[in-house]
Structures are given as C-alpha cells and as structure tokens.
Ligand binder design. Sequence first.
Ligand code: PMP
Ligand code: GLN
Length: 378
Amino acid sequence: LTSRLPNVGTTIFTVMSALAAEHKAVNLGQGFPDFACDSKLVDAVTSAMQAGHNQYPPMTGVPALRQAVSAKIAGLHTKTYQPDSEITITAGATQAIITAILAIVHPGDEVIVLEPCYDSYVPNIELAGGVVVRVPLTPGTFRPDFVKISAAITSKTRAILINTPHNPSATVWSRSEMLALQDLLAPTNILLISDEVYEHMVFDGQPHESASRFSGLAARAFVVSSFGKTFHVTGWKVGTVAAPAALTAEFRKVHQFNVFTVNTPVQHALAAYLGDPAPYVNLPAFYSAKRDLFRAGLASTRFKLLPSQGSYFQCVDISEVSDLNEADFCQWLTREVGVAAIPLSAFYGNGFDQRVVRFCFAKKDETLELALERLKKL
Ligand code: PMP
Ligand code: GLN
C-alpha cells in the first residue's frame, strides 16, 4: 500500500499520553483539563436527551446553537454572521480545519503555514493535494514576520493558516499584527483559516483579536473555534466555523460528506449553556491563576520561562536543565521524573530543536503542585 501520508506517524499527543499513563507520570503533555466541567452543562445534555433530541440534527448544526454562536460573536467582536448561511457546527476544530482545507484547496495550490504549527495542518493540506509553504515565526519570540510571509506569497497561494492564541508558543496576536495581515492580504484573493480555539484564554487584560473583528480578514476567513477548550470538555468534540456565505456553502459541501452532522444532545446543551456568558468571560482569570501558580513554582528551577500570553500552555527552555534534545528530554522527563511534556520540535516539519518544551497547565492546582514538586528536583 502506498501511503497517502508517508511522513506521518502517530500524533505526539497520543504518544506522550500513552507514555505518561505507562509510567504513571503527571500528564502535562497533551492539552486537556483534568478537572470536571460545569455540572450544569452535563445536566443540560441529560435534559436534551430526555427531551428526545437524539436523532440527526440539521446538517449545518442545531439552529439554536448557531443562533447562540452568532450572538456571542456579535457581542464580542461586533461582527454579525448569519446563523443559517454563515455558521456551521463541526466535530471539533480538527474537523473544521480539515473540512475548510478540503473545501478550498485544489491540487497544486500553495497553503502557507506559520511554524511551529498545530500538527494536523500539514497533513490536512497534503491530503487535499496542496503544497505546504512553511514560514517560520520569528525564532525566540514566535511573532509573525510579515516580510517573510510576504516573500512566501505567489500566484499559487490559495490560503494561509493562522492560530491565535498560539499552540504551542502561547503568544497572542496583537491588533497591529492582525492589521498587518489584513494589509498584506488586501490586494490578493488568498483565503484565511483562523484557528481561534483558545479565544477565551487570553491573559493580562489583552483582548483576543479575532479575524472576525477585521472586515478585510473576515471577508476571506474561516474562523474556527472549539467548545472543547472553552467549556473544559475536549472529549465532546464540538466546534464552530464562521465564514461568509460563499465560503460556508463550499465548506458545507464537504462537511455533509465527511461528518454530515454533529451529535444532537450536546448541541442543544451548548445552546442553552451559552445563554450565560460568565463561564467564558471568567476564563482569563481562571487560567491566568493556573499559569501564575505554575510559573511561580518553576521560577526557582533552572527552566527558563517563556512568556505565556494566552492558551493553556507554558513553554520553557530546557538548556540549563539538560543536554538532551527536546524529544529525548520529554521521554526522559516522563519516564524518570514522572512529568510528561511535549517537545516543540513536534510542531516543525524538519524537527527543529530549540531546546524548548511545552507544559499544559489546564490542570487541578494539586496536579500542578505535584508536577512542580517533581520538576523542582531538577
Ligand atoms: N487547533 C489547535 C491549535 C489546537 O490546540 C487544537 C486542540 N488540541 C485543535 C485545533 C483541535 O481542537 P478540537 O479538539 O476541537 O478538535
Ligand atoms: N490540541 C491538544 C494539544 O495541543 C491535543 C489534541 C490532540 O490530542 N490531538 O495538546
């Protein structure tokens, strides 16, 4: 069998979680919370099931949920997406992103990704027959370099993927960076896939600069989010795509044949739960407290802390702690120290090693404290 993805193995998140389980390590690798979601949300799913919402929903998503998502975006970003023609409910952001790519990328089209990037983007583009064009984020700071992005644009560039807040670096794009992207794309027909799954985890009073806030970006963008991140339910796999009607129509042509619909009771529950903004409005305070606890614990170690402006990740430079490369260090840390982390090299096509690893702090305080106790021995 000739592989469609000859360079792809099992994702690093699956590999590291399995290793963490095998060695009973504290799993700060794969990004997911180890605490319960709001019991009201669980009750809402039960109620939806008891109310008989157990058959296929509309292909595009339960209307009440599309309306609630539209209202939420309008409230936050003053951009109104039509629930019927511009919002689609997906099986998490993962399915949203691959569906958008399959919908717009023709064989031979170039798609720009900014490295390091989430590990599904490149295989998604390859499956669509697209040509991956990798542009590095600025080494050290992970900020977008518009000179390099501009230089990567050709007549074949079909789309660019961005991600803010950023996994793995925890940087958050500023307004001026979004404006620079808008200016760069203005004279082109390049489409934008804006992965905003960590939209509600932005710290220190900074806003989340969604692509939907910028008319020149919104007009060409698939804006992707995930309830898994926002409501601490990564296993529910429900996300959203907001895009102009013409793009949404193409998106839905693929969506109807790669997933068709997303589970019904959870959509009803999310629609009801979105009525109260407090759970997502409170997320920056909730997660920045965890970030601060984790950073304070690491301050006395030889790990060098990188900034964490958003997301639920904290990157650290390991060069004072170990001579191992990132991947070997993460293996060693999991097996010998009992804490799992993710090497940043997993987010680069060429395995670039800069001696930086990523910890996830979406954990109970006691979990973070146990991990810190172990890390402080290094
Ligand atoms: N994009 C990024 C940047 C992510 O970190 C994740 C979650 N790991 C996803 C997409 C996928 O989200 P979901 O779990 O909703 O499919
Ligand atoms: N997005 C999560 C992370 O970056 C993991 C999701 C996955 O396991 N695919 O850790």
